[in-house]
Design a protein. Sequence first.
Length: 256
Amino acid sequence: METSVDTSVKRCEAWWLGRVAYRKAWQLQNRLADLIAAGKQLPTLLLLEHPPTYTIGRMGNRDHLLLDDQRLAERNLTVVEVDRGGDITYHGPGQLVGYPILPLAPVDWQGGVLGKADFVGYLRRLEACLIEALGQLGVRAIRRDGLTGVWVEENREGDAPAYVKVASIGVKIDSRGITRHGFALNLATDMEYWEGIVPCGLEGVRMTNLVDYIAGATHSMAVLDAIVEAFGRVMGYEMVFSKEPEAGWQRLGLSE
């Protein structure tokens, strides 16, 4: 993997890695960021899921974790304090996590540097990727002013429309302009885990699963393909997608 890469084409590798422990995935992001900054790895989109884990971002409030240590242990939950933006969220089975490791600036990949200061613009692009992918799958999703993430209209009859959150977003952009962390799209999570936190630190926010809107919306190739295709269009990359976890780990120079 550690050879110079051809940047004449704006290309991004995407890898489906299966289930990965949170800290292992975090270490992999940091390694890839170093390689990208050195021109030895193409921009990369990691796609995976985690075992049950709560993560608390830089702006997080531990009071938004509602379970004590005993209950965390009973549920086999790990808590990790991380360097992304945002508050507390849940990762676990039935959730598709995407970690784009991209050079926004100052690394000069031809044709599409967003600019070092465009943190908010990057968040909006991630939202747009998910909204476009969900639309491709037949689900109308929206962004909401002041509330980073992706939302869908709750399935209920009558009354005014109410929106529930289907995807969370939290990122880091380092001093070299390389991104970490990313998005988490709920496909078929166990909703009891969400009851153990105040999601994203927002009182009253309710989470939902894509399976409530699309029958069988687990980690199907249709969902993965829609995400990768939308990511390429919105971010302006030619995508190279590998769907075999073993091949991904070998390509990245690691074992599962």
